[in-house]
Design a protein around this ligand. Sequence first.
Ligand code: GFB
Length: 402
Amino acid sequence: MQWLKMKLRFVNLILLLISSTCAQLGGDPNGYLTYYSPLGRFGNQADHFLGSLAFAKGLNRTLILPPWVEYRKGEMRSRQVPFNTYFDVEPLKDYHRVILMSDFMWHLADDIWPESERVSFCYMERKSLQQEKNNPDQPNCHAKDGNPFGPFWDTYNIDFVKSEFYGPLHFDVHHSSMATKWQSKYPADSWPVLAFTGAPASFPVQLENRELQKHMQWSAKYRDAARDFIRKVLPRGAFVGIHLRNGIDWVRACEHVKDSQHLFASPQCLGYKNERGSLYPELCMQTKESIVRQLKRTIKNVRQTQPNNEIKSVFVASDANHMIGELNAALSRMGISVHRLPEDDPYLDLAILGQSNHFIGNCISSYSAFVKRERDSHGFPSYFWSFPKEKDRQQSKAHEEL
Ligand code: GFB
């Protein structure tokens, strides 16, 4: 009898465990949302992620966390890196329900999203680059057409059997009844998963969604690596983190400054309606002299205003030229050393910049924008290269002195 009771208890425990895992993993009656962000590299994808998170919340659907898409030198196909390699999943849940793509595909997809019901969503027909695939009688999203589209969905063995064009609906759930329109056109019981061929979000990130950055917290691996670098490599004392975006792709991108009101992340300093000014070339690409000048000025200002937390070093993150020699030469007389990572690591660079006492970034770069948002969420100070314009700064200084 005793034995039977124990056995029953054991079976009950197992049943409880199974049901709580299922409850944790979903079976969300409100449905799911998944997307692929074909735009750019990390900074662009992060902007898209914040917008998609807000959109999923607006629609009250669980967001399936996509992997980060990476492009490595010499590799033809993009790589998909699980979301939680870089960021913890739990803090996101303070804002809204999320699930890792691999968990969804392993544990829930067979029931919730069987292969025969996988529909890809796009605003309107997307033509294939292979002409023979374009059928005027059957317009299609061609969700897996080309790299990186194909490799992304292939990572999870996802094929689509149909396309759905959602236009004229859009993604701004903050300023209209858009969420209700989505819900009534695509109710969760008949559309359990909305799978978008592009992110359901704007670029750059919508003003209202910037603050969601606080839910993106570095995984233990990156938190620890950043802390170790700061403790073991940098001298004791405060440090300035700087982002130098100066690779050849950037030089080319900066050519668009002359015919644009906005470029990439520029609203972060100029304002979304250019209320803090128009674009100018130095905002995008700075001279070495102006970088040294601004850095020295920042260090001197901090020495005057915060004498108890003197800056002892500079940490440089860059995609191309870190200017270590020039910066060391310019700053050594001030007793300041200049450092970089021994090996290229865009994520560790970001995590360290996020922790610096002061940060100077590139207003136009979405990579810098990620750091700025993270620092804003902690109340840490940030500045931009060549902003405000040197002439405007001199004028306002003269005005102050009057
Ligand atoms: O992140 P991202 O979209 O920012 O793309 P931007 C820039 C990529 O360059 C990063 C590398 O994801 C990194 O891989 N990178 C940039 C860096 N800065 C650093 C750095 O300080 N350290 C390291 N290790 N790597 C724009 C894109 O890039 O560039 C546009 O938004 C377009 O789509 C344009 O491609 C040319 O916004 O700076």
